[in-house]
Design a protein around this ligand. Structure first.
Ligand code: AMP
Length: 223
């Protein structure tokens, strides 16, 4: 299964990817995560991407296509792969088609997780993560047990992503509308699109996601 997850920032692509990894043994290629890693390691790619990401714009297509190309080299035909946050532009979607063909894979589905913008703003603005161990929190939906302290490692440094501030969130939405939204039609015309409601609890959205990719209902493992 090769799967593209589409949706605006905050629609839950990362959360759903985690559930697919845990329950279906899939692997996730998140260009956002790969880029943030490159930024924190101050690699050449990271240095090029940092300011662009901080402003809420998209890094150049050739850079992210190169990242995905490298990742695909280690993938087998029967390995389930989630493309999370990639493609984000039409040229990236066309490049992915070419790459999949080159590696003799085909895309099974592109699932669009639909969430109203008001809800997205609330989700993004409340996101926090631990600067020490990376544990993810949300001030409203998933707060740490003790305010400001990481449940997992005890760190007092729960930080907001630099691009989750109100001004940058607005810019990211505009970028999404302009450059990424057209991908919905791209995949629709290829008969690969499925659309699901992403406003419910993550576990319920996950059941919708499973059904949309033909895996039916599955008991949700909370442990
Ligand atoms: P994300 O974590 O997916 O929201 O991505 C965070 C940021 O990384 C985006 O706002 C972009 O600046 C950059 N980024 C991630 N994926 C891509 C992509 N496929 N194309 C261009 N830029 C990307």
């Amino acid at each position: 299964m090769k799967l593209v997850l589409l949706g605006a920032p905050g629609s839950g692509k990362g959360t759903q990817s985690q559930l697919l990894i845990k329950n279906q043994g899939m692997i996730q290629f998140s260009t956002g995560d790969l880029l943030r890693k490159a930024v924190s390691e101050k690699t050449e790619l990271g240095l090029k991407a940092k300011d662009i990401m901080d402003e809420g714009h998209l890094v150049p297509d050739d850079l992210v296509i190169g990242l995905i190309r490298e990742k695909l080299k280690g993938v087998s035909a029967d390995q389930g792969v989630i493309f999370d946050g990639f493609p984000r532009t039409l040229p990236q979607a066309e490049a992915l088609e070419g790459l999949l063909k080159e590696f003799h894979f085909s895309l099974n589905k592109a699932v669009y997780i639909k969430v109203p913008q008001q809800e997205l703003i609330k989700r993004l603005a409340g996101r926090r993560s631990c600067s020490e161990c990376g544990a993810a929190y949300h001030l409203h939906y998933n707060p740490p047990k003790k305010e400001g302290i990481c449940d997992r490692c005890g760190s007092h440094d729960l930080i907001q992503r630099r691009d989750d501030t109100p001004e940058v969130i607005q810019e990211r939405f505009e970028t999404y509308e302009r450059q990424t939204f057209p991908l919905i039609e791209f995949y629709q015309t290829r008969g690969l699109l499925a659309e699901i409601d992403g406003t419910a609890e993550p576990e319920d959205t996950y059941q919708l996601l499973l059904r949309s990719i033909g895996l039916g209902s599955e008991a949700f493992h909370s442990s």
